[in-house]
Design a binder for this molecule. Structure first.
Ligand SMILES: [Zn+2]
Length: 368
């Protein structure tokens, strides 16, 4: 079993992490004081951290989203956005992440009068300084942004255009997120068609709070290359009492086409998409060799890091470095990052470092 210290050192690839879901509690408090934001439940950093990551099961996506009113509330100026973005990169690098795609919804950050372009530029500048600081600290990380449109709003076409406009300065794709039931992906069809016409990339939150029709629309109408969560694909998989498995047509398509699933186990438990980690479909989907990736979703709201998510899988399913390397390679193969650079990352960073860790774990187990 890998130790926590070894897990921290393991190289990680993160494809699904929300910028407004990963702030440091102290930063929320300081930004609130600076901007005159008054809505916080407490100004004590520890209490606030506990409030966000409260383990009172919310089991409901709509209630889970409540915490975002506060984080988004303090991210309404260029300086605040750049600071949050910079700290995000620093925190991910310290967690052993070597490549990350972090998403945010520009339309949620215009209440202070910022234009959409200014929002994106502020975040990208924060990413750049965070990456420079991480490299200087000996923890190089590649960071890219995904622009999210809110599925309950009507600005997706504009956000898709915005993503394309910033594609050469750090934006690698487009996403749609927010309350799923009642807001099918096809409401945003023109945005996805624009992404497709521009030879650009799209992922889509689907199959989290709502089931197969949402996944089907995401893939077959919106041409999403990856599924945000996608956990409900298990509704199309039958496991008989004797252990034999039958995949429906949609599940077969997802597996055959190697559609990446951006799975976020702890977040799924918090929103009620899975009852517990032990019952999370990630174990079955790994066994069936779907293209599973491991992600944090909202580090602050779920009280997680990539290291703690890995630890959870090792503790719950007895996974080891070979499983974690598999997840990491899956994620790197699925990144919206040029093919040659993905290969370089796989061959010169991920594989050698997992080989080292596995050898080290073997030595420790022989000695003990
Ligand atoms: Zn998400």
């Amino acid at each position: 079993m890998p130790t926590t210290e070894q897990l921290l050192r393991a190289p990680k690839v993160l494809l699904h992490d929300h910028l407004d879901g990963g702030l440091r509690p102290t930063t929320v408090i300081e930004l609130a004081a600076e901007s005159g934001y008054r809505g916080l439940p407490t100004t004590d950093p520890e209490e606030l951290g506990r409030w966000f990551a409260s383990d009172t099961p919310r089991r409901d996506l709509v209630r889970y989203l409540e915490g975002f009113a506060h984080t988004v509330g303090v991210m309404q100026s260029k300086d605040a956005l750049a600071r949050v973005a910079m700290e995000c990169v620093t925190d991910l690098a310290a967690d052993g992440v070597v490549y990350a795609e972090v998403r945010f919804a520009p339309e949620l950050h215009t209440e202070g009068g910022l234009e959409l372009d200014a929002v994106v530029e502020a975040v990208l500048s924060g990413f750049e300084s965070g990456a420079a600081a991480a490299a200087a600290a000996g923890r190089p990380i590649v960071i890219r942004a995904l622009l999210t449109a809110m599925r309950t709003a009507a600005r997706s076409r504009e956000i898709a255009e915005l993503a394309v406009a910033h594609r050469d300065s750090g934006v690698c794709g487009f996403d749609v997120a927010g309350a799923e039931a009642g807001y099918p992906p096809t409401r945003h069809l023109d945005a996805f068609q624009l992404i497709q016409r521009e030879n650009f990339h799209a992922t889509l939150h689907a199959g989290e709070a709502f089931g197969l029709p949402s996944i089907w629309e995401a893939l077959q109408w919106c041409n999403a290359e990856r599924l945000g969560h996608g956990v409900r694909i298990v509704d199309d998989i039958e496991v008989a009492p004797d252990g034999s498995v039958r995949l429906g047509r949609l599940a077969s398509y997802v597996r055959d086409r190697r559609v990446p699933l951006e799975m976020c186990p702890t977040s799924n438990v918090h929103t009620g998409a899975a009852r517990s980690l032990a019952e999370h479909p990630i174990e079955l989907l790994r066994r069936l060799r779907f293209r599973v990736t491991l992600n944090t979703d909202n580090r602050l709201m779920s009280g997680v890091s990539m290291t703690s998510e890995m630890q959870g899988l090792c503790d719950t399913f007895g996974w080891g470095f070979s499983d974690l390397e598999w997840l990491t390679l899956n994620a790197m193969k699925s990144a919206f990052y040029p093919f040659d650079e993905r290969l370089a990352m796989i061959n010169s960073v991920i594989k050698p470092r997992y080989a080292e860790l596995s050898a080290e774990a073997l030595r420790t187990s022989v000695q003990s």
